[in-house]
Ligand binder design. Structure first.
Ligand SMILES: *[C@@H]1O[C@H](CO)[C@@H](O)[C@H](O)[C@H]1NC(C)=O
Ligand SMILES: *[C@@H]1O[C@H](CO)[C@@H](O)[C@H](O)[C@H]1NC(C)=O
Length: 199
């Protein structure tokens, strides 16, 4: 059965319309603005930047029934006698306390990953979120991304950001090993002095 000329006309019209709208969409450059300058105070309520000092202890538990630091992967070439084998990956949810004892007041957790990324040093690249659960910082967090030479005395980690009261944060965390006795277990307690700029 032959199609009616009427149908052909409609089809041709439809095709022409599609082609012309395609050409139009390709040639029209829409001017979407994706950046602009703002007043931090007026738009986001960001006033004077201030410096806060936080002092707490970090408990890394690898031993026992309830470790807070668990190895999840290692390289096929892992050296069993090395302290930290290159390629080692662990996931942590370490407790943060106000005092040096694990039984002292819990103020938050450090959650993230440890990866051994050095072939020559006993070092961990860390990606951690310090989530606070006490006082005015309850619900706020700090993000730390850094290079941790775990056996070195004075070491520091950069604070690359935060959330809640620590929105737009930046700063520095100074670490000192408070307790580590590899002959007993590989658990460690680390003292933190954190200096953070935030609003
Ligand atoms: C494995 O680690 C031990 C202890 O650090 C080291 O003495 C040894 O040379 C390492 N072996 C290899 C093949 O890298
Ligand atoms: C922290 O905030 C959570 C959620 O709002 C709340 O359930 C909890 O009781 C708060 N903790 C303290 C110690 O204020």
């Amino acid at each position: 059965m032959a199609k009616s000329p009427q149908k052909y006309t409609t089809l041709t019209l439809l095709i022409l319309l599609t082609i012309s709208s395609l050409i139009l969409s390709l040639t029209t450059a829409y001017d979407y603005t994706f950046s602009r300058s703002l007043s931090p105070k007026k738009k986001l309520g960001l006033k004077q930047e201030k410096l806060t000092h936080l002092h707490f202890y970090f408990h890394d538990i690898v031993s026992g029934q309830n470790p807070t630091d668990v190895e999840v992967a290692q390289a096929p070439t892992a050296n069993a006698s090395a302290v930290l084998s290159f390629g080692y990956v662990a996931v942590v949810d370490d407790t943060l306390t106000a005092g040096p004892e694990l039984t002292s007041k819990k103020i938050g957790s450090a959650q993230g990953i440890f990866v051994s990324t050095s072939q020559s040093d006993i070092e961990l690249s860390v990606v951690l979120n310090y989530v606070f659960t006490e006082g005015k910082y309850n619900g706020s967090s700090l993000s730390i991304l850094g290079h941790n030479l775990i056996l070195t005395t004075g070491r520091e980690l950069p604070i690359v950001g935060g959330s809640g009261l620590f929105g737009f944060a930046r700063g520095n965390a100074q670490l000192r090993t408070y307790m580590f006795s590899p002959t007993i277990s590989n658990d460690a307690t680390v003292e933190y002095n954190v200096y953070v700029w935030h609003y």
